[in-house]
Design a protein around this ligand. Sequence first.
Ligand code: 13P
Ligand code: SF4
Length: 363
Amino acid sequence: MNSPDTQNMELIHKIQNIKQQLGTSVVIPAHHYMPPEVVAISDFIGDSYKLAVLASKTDAEYIILCGVRFMAESAAILARAGTEHPQTVLTPDPVSGCPMADMIDAIQFKLLITMLQKKLQKAIIPVTYMNSYADVKALTGEYNGSICTSSNAEAIVRHFIEQDKPVFFTPDRNLGLNTAHKLGIPDRKVFIIDKTGTIQGEGNPTEGLLFIWDGFCHVHKNFTLHDIKRVREQYPGIQIIVHPECDPEVVQAADASGSTEGMYAKLKNAPGGSVWAVGTEINFVKRAATEFTDKTIIPLKESLCFNMARINLEKVLASLESILNHKAVPDNPLKFKLSVDASVKSLAEKALRTMIDLTGKSQ
Ligand code: 13P
Ligand code: SF4
């Protein structure tokens, strides 16, 4: 039997071969949490924001997005439609979901926003984390809100509350609370909406600025104050950087926080010899440690996103082969084409483009 490395080499060789045949008609973006062998065959890597923007700018006819389904879906929402040069987005594994995105659906979203508007007696603007599905993104557009990612949540929320518009933030409680903290929004103006729809907080909801849904990411919930204490004791002088999906007390006890792209840049540019503990998905931490060998980079704790880990070389190869087969005989199915219903696509695109416009303005 071949060793995993030999198998990977064979798969990488086959993938490169088909990529060469397809030329610029195919592009393979990969999220920072992809395993190293998938990063190796990708055309570019990035956080959710960068992937969405770059995917929207590419001319390629086929985009094979190596990340979880909501990322591929966002690329499909921004992709060119119509009959002249339409773009097709493929996901190597349609089952690669995100448990956090599953924590809010369109029915709940509509019920909650209606309940809040009634309670507040004024319009409330939805700001929806990229980690959500197309129907929830579409409702965000319908209610004149915006998508955000961990790299721009602060700028997007600020934009609305500066106009005195209260914000309904879904689905990640931690990103919502960490954003409120960064913006200096007083606790009495911040409310959590629990699974029963109950509004929890110290102040009067009618004076609230930020209403946050109670979703979470199990990968980032894993990191605790105890982990921070342990690495600080073990490595005096260590610096700790974490993703803003971590609990607020963990983010506040760390030295820095940021999106995957932000953390990657920070580690890359850190002085040689510095020592870092990183609180995010383990494949990211391992790759940073391998790439930036002039620093010591360790995981704050090993935490795997098993949905991201579902994407592998075999599945990427199958997607590429399906493009070749489909080009030869159009009836041959693509593995796996992501289609977003036209009515959902236009409203979801509105919400995504609002984010891109607002982020552009704030930079
Ligand atoms: P980024 O936007 O920082 O890449 O995060 C995406 C994600 O799913 C983190 O869990
Ligand atoms: Fe979803 Fe968490 Fe995985 Fe990110 S790390 S894709 S939020 S489950």
